[in-house]
Design a protein around this ligand. Structure first.
Ligand code: SAM
Length: 259
């Protein structure tokens, strides 16, 4: 069954990487935790157009191979082009949901998910991770929490943004989901802070291209009205609209599978 969100991701797939900001810090963090493993098979679940899949493969090198799983065939098509044009071939794209991944038990040393867990059925996803990961396999969940969302440029200045975005998890909810799957043990929680600065023109552009799926929850009229008010809010808050600045925040959960 296809949802409105599936439709949204199919529509943004072609320009997805161009309208999102990609950070290297979560990859550096993961590499530091996986350091020393001779050979590693991983999966990036909800991989989208592959911006983090590519960085993982580049950073982990020849010893690493990756399954890239996503519900959206359009996203996977973009991923395949992106990986191929960057010379990365040790990957397999799998069109599947996060809750039922067509791989055998105990096949993965590491599982990753970036900016996607709020789209999944969390307990079923964690159960699937427990099934797929070998004993002592590692799971990395990178996301932004509801509280972090409320402090960014959209949460502060974009009308209706926080009311529309009901899917993100709050502090404690991911831990609660994990507690339902006994083999998964939380090792650490790390927060990431990014100083951003772009022009108002760029902000307007990425809203129109619906870079966050939250914007696809507005109908066309609602979005046009909210965008016009957002522009007014930004103009009254920032004297230089070529330099609109704020802090983005994300969080990483590092989890082990203790079978
Ligand atoms: C916000 S995008 C993030 C993509 C990528 N991880 C990134 O950071 O660029 C979320 C992705 O999750 C996928 N997705 C949503 N629900 C899913 C599910 N239940 N199972 C698998 N993929 C899903 C969407 O198709 C989309 O490509």
């Amino acid at each position: 069954m296809h949802t409105n969100m599936d439709l949204h991701f199919s529509q943004v797939a072609r320009e997805y990487r161009a309208i999102r900001t990609t950070d290297s810090e979560p990859i550096d963090y993961i590499v530091s935790k996986l350091n020393g493993q001779k050979k590693l098979i991983g999966a990036d679940v909800g991989c989208g157009a592959g911006r983090y899949s590519l960085m993982l493969c580049q950073a982990l090198g020849k010893r690493f191979s990756l399954y890239c799983c996503d519900r959206s065939p359009e996203m996977l098509r973009e991923l395949e082009k992106h990986m191929g044009s960057n010379g990365i071939h040790k990957f397999t794209a799998i069109n599947s949901s996060s809750e039922k991944i067509p791989l055998d038990n105990d096949t993965l040393g590491a599982l990753f998910t970036f900016n996607a867990i709020h789209h999944f059925s969390i307990i079923e996803f964690f159960q699937e991770c427990s099934r797929l990961l070998v004993g002592d396999g590692q799971l990395f969940v990178y996301t932004r929490l509801k509280e972090q969302n409320s402090r960014n440029i959209w949460g502060k200045y974009f009308p209706g943004f926080l009311k529309k975005e009901t899917r993100l998890y709050q502090q404690g909810e991911i831990e609660k989901g994990l507690s339902e799957v006994s083999s998964l043990v939380l090792n650490s929680v790390t927060k990431f802070h990014y100083q951003r600065s772009v022009s108002l023109d760029r902000l307007v552009h990425i809203v129109k291209r619906r870079h966050y799926s939250t914007f696809s929850l507005y109908n066309d009229t609602e979005l046009a009205d909210a965008l016009s008010q957002f522009e007014k809010n930004i103009r009254s808050e920032f004297s230089d609209t070529k330099n609109v600045y704020w802090e983005d925040e994300n969080i990483m959960y590092h989890i082990s599978n203790r079978k």
